[in-house]
Design a protein around this ligand. Structure first.
Ligand SMILES: [Zn+2]
Length: 133
């Protein structure tokens, strides 16, 4: 979110912040990212320097409510498309592995049932044959 950094003092204000010289004319303002603006407001300008800074959020520049959050890892994305693109990471790494294991290793319930039926069939038919003969 952007914010206005207002110089509510009567003198132009200048301060080096994050390696940049920030200049705000008296009564004027500059636009800065809100968190930066708060940090800027909180810095100590030096002895004898009057710092009268006000920070105002600029409505409509807040992106956070629209951010898409990944349920798996809590990463945030600006658009639904980006999130979908990202979520493939999770589905690719997890889902196919499980499917492969199922195919290769454990037999499915249906397979087990079929195997059991086959055993029963041979068992009964052998018994029937013996009995018949
Ligand atoms: Zn994720």
């Amino acid at each position: 979110m952007n914010s206005k950094v207002l110089n509510v003092g009567k003198k132009d204000y200048q301060e080096e912040f994050k390696g940049k010289i920030i200049k705000i004319p008296a009564g004027g303002h500059i636009v800065m990212e809100f968190y930066d603006a708060c940090a800027f407001k909180g810095t100590y300008p030096g002895k004898g320097i009057v710092k009268q800074i006000k920070v105002e959020k600029i409505p409509g520049t807040d992106k956070s409510p629209d951010l898409k959050v990944c349920n798996m890892c809590s990463s945030t994305f600006a658009t639904e498309k980006e999130l979908l693109e990202h979520s493939k990471i999770h589905s690719d790494s997890v889902a196919p592995e499980i499917t492969e294991k199922k195919k290769a290793g454990r037999p499915t319930n249906e397979e087990l049932r079929r195997r059991r039926e086959m055993k029963n069939d041979t068992g009964t038919s052998a018994g029937n044959n013996k009995g018949a003969n």
